[in-house]
Design a protein around this ligand. Structure first.
Ligand code: ZN
Ligand code: ZN
Length: 408
């Protein structure tokens, strides 16, 4: 067995044992791009070896998706298989685990009319809602495992031949997910313990705000009332721990939508709608980004901020140490899961209800400072040049990060 095969097997095993933390006799429902066929078979094998009773997979096919988007009358694009997602939601409520294989060609829908693509995606989002709610509410254990799709590999390594690009992307995935370590399962246990210790520390302190200080950055991010820090393995409603994201390096919480002040400069490029936005900066007043610019790709960023009122406010603040395995790859992945976990970040747009005590919704959510928007876009503001302090309401400071590293 060569090194690639061995690591693929370790990744599949990590996804089943740590990502899902599969229960004996549990059903698995997987979704994957059709290109991942061999990897999915490996995942199924590992699932059966670790107690799965039934592994069902639904493949997505970009070629079919393109054909439909090009051929059917406009009005037909409002159709999506609601029956399928209702059945998935039912299966999740009855205890099936959800395994999502991520990794797609960012250019899959290139050249198609954006209005048609948008209309089909809206219908898809509406139909998907029951399944998404079950996932978001942790009705069952779930995980997302990365797959080095050739289209994705070409976006990350545009200069390389496809085969070489795929091989390099797998290497980066193994590094980011700790699969390159001797015992990845043990490495993740240690990693989760470290993340949970940070979460416990931050939740005990009940900081009023965080302060980021670095080149071009002097930003105070107020935290929502009754905010909760989260990170690492998450318990399902039935109390079973799972790791929804492989990789994950962040601990994160909800900012207060009206209490963000100061200036901030991005420390890494942001991949947005298939384009690179570089050198982002923003000035906040009363929670709103009143001035925003970028050295490159400013137009895409400005369009994002015009989505709705909440798009100019923050819905997440996350702390990630600068010396993490994703940052060490030195790559831009064009994939949020990887790119956001490379550095401390903030997100324009929607906040997560699980970052507020009691998971409030509607008016109660807003009153506590939760932000609402159709978008959620993370951008990276941490580096080895950025310090972070926790601030109490009386102004007392606690150093949290110095030169990008935890000091707690
Ligand atoms: Zn995040
Ligand atoms: Zn985020």
């Amino acid at each position: 067995m060569d090194a690639l095969e061995k690591n693929l097997e370790k990744l599949a095993e990590l996804a089943v044992r740590v990502g899902l933390n599969l229960e004996e006799g549990q059903e698995v429902i997987a979704t994957a791009p059709i290109e991942a066929l061999d990897f999915v078979r490996l995942l199924a094998e590992k699932a059966y070896e670790n107690g799965a009773s039934l592994f069902t997979v639904l493949y997505g096919d970009n070629v079919l998706a393109r054909k439909r988007l090009a051929l059917v009358p406009e009005a037909y694009l409002d159709k999506a298989p609601a029956w399928l997602y209702e059945a998935m939601a039912k299966a999740f409520h009855e205890g099936a685990a959800r395994l999502a294989v991520s990794g797609n060609d960012p250019k899959a829908l290139e050249g198609l009319p954006p209005e048609r693509v948008g209309r089909a995606q809206q219908a898809q989002s509406r139909a998907y809602k029951p399944a998404l709610s079950a996932i978001a509410e942790f009705v069952t254990n779930w995980t997302i495992v990365p797959f080095a799709h050739p289209g994705w590999a070409k976006a990350v390594f545009p200069g390389l031949p496809e085969e070489e690009a795929v091989r390099r992307l797998w290497q980066a995935i193994f590094q980011a997910t700790r699969v390159d370590q001797e015992d990845p399962v043990a490495a993740w246990e240690a990693h989760n313990r470290a993340l949970h210790a940070k979460v416990a520390f931050l939740n005990e302190r009940r900081f009023h705000a965080l302060h980021f200080q670095g080149p071009g950055t002097d930003l105070t991010v107020g935290l929502a009332e009754g905010h909760l820090w989260q990170g690492g393995a998450t318990p399902t409603k039935k109390g079973r721990l799972c790791n929804p994201n492989l990789p994950t390096e962040e601990v994160f919480t909800a900012p207060h939508r009206e209490r963000v002040e100061g200036v901030v400069r991005a420390t890494r490029p942001l991949a947005l709608s298939g384009q690179l936005v570089e050198g982002i900066w923003a000035r906040f007043e009363g929670g709103v980004a009143v001035e925003v610019g970028a050295e490159k790709g400013e137009e895409v960023l400005k369009r994002l901020l015009e989505t709705d009122e909440g798009a100019r406010r923050l819905g997440e603040v996350a702390l990630v140490p600068a010396d993490n395995p994703i940052a060490r790859t030195g790559l831009v992945f064009f994939d949020t899961l990887f790119d956001e976990n490379a550095a401390s970040h903030i997100a324009f747009g929607q906040a997560y209800a699980e970052n507020l005590e009691g998971r409030p919704s509607g008016e109660a959510f807003r009153r506590r400072g939760g932000n609402e928007s159709m978008v959620h876009v993370d951008w990276m503001i941490g580096s080895e040049e950025v310090d972070v302090d926790g601030l109490y309401e009386d102004g007392t400071r606690v150093p949290l990060m110095r030169r990008g590293l935890w000091v707690i």
